[in-house]
Design a binder for this molecule. Structure first.
Ligand SMILES: [Zn+2]
Length: 51
């Protein structure tokens, strides 16, 4: 599967690609680091800010 997984940034509301199964990802638009969860495989969701 080569489909990009994307997450919506809570700050700028842009969608940005995240690597599969990562626990943290940074929005390239505003450089904010988020914790990512995976309620379903291939479907990332922002959980909140990473510390
Ligand atoms: Zn952003």
């Amino acid at each position: 599967m080569s489909e990009e997984t994307k997450c919506r940034c809570l700050n700028c509301l842009e969608r940005f690609p995240v690597q599969p199964n990562v626990k943290e990802a940074t929005c390239p638009h505003c450089n904010i680091k988020y914790r990512i969860s995976w309620p379903w495989p291939g479907q990332p969701k922002v959980r909140g800010l990473a510390k």
